[in-house]
Design a protein. Structure first.
Length: 145
């Protein structure tokens, strides 16, 4: 199904299988694999949301591979990957980001600063602003001041 699943070490791993609906918060010291549905807050080191997986809640992780859906906010401190089948609806804050062709993002995004306090490098920018060119013209206006 996925290289991530093929090489999955079950040590420090939580798994929400296909057809399972979990309601509540999940804190996983290691990896969390979601092939079903999670309704609630997620805190983990690594997150994989499979193609049919859904997370309806705020997500805080170091690394995320999104092949399914995130229907709230996600903060991926180190790396966020949105695959061609992935969809995020909400705010995304990330260290680095990769969005494959076909991946869908609706909301606001910002790169996380590598500084000690984890502040944002840039203000949150909405997809509508990116598509319409507003974000670029706002940066140009600020630079001209």
């Amino acid at each position: 199904m996925n290289e991530f699943l093929d090489n999955l070490d079950s040590t420090n791993c939580a798994f929400v299988g296909e057809g399972v609906i979990f309601k509540g918060s999940i804190a996983a010291a290691g990896k969390l694999v979601v092939l079903g549905t999670v309704e609630g807050q997620v805190d983990a080191s690594e997150l994989l949301v499979g193609a049919n997986g859904i997370v309806k809640g705020d997500v805080r992780v170091d690394r995320a591979d999104i092949q399914g859906m995130i229907l709230e906010n996600i903060e991926a401190k180190v790396y966020l990957r949105l695959s061609e089948t992935g969809r995020i609806e909400g705010t995304a804050i990330y260290g680095e980001i990769e969005i494959e062709k076909g991946g869908l993002f609706f909301g606001r995004m910002s790169e996380r600063n590598a500084g000690e306090n984890g502040s944002l490098k840039a203000p949150l920018v909405s997809v509508a602003e990116i598509r319409s060119g507003i974000a670029g013209s706002q940066k140009e206006n600020k630079a001209a001041r």
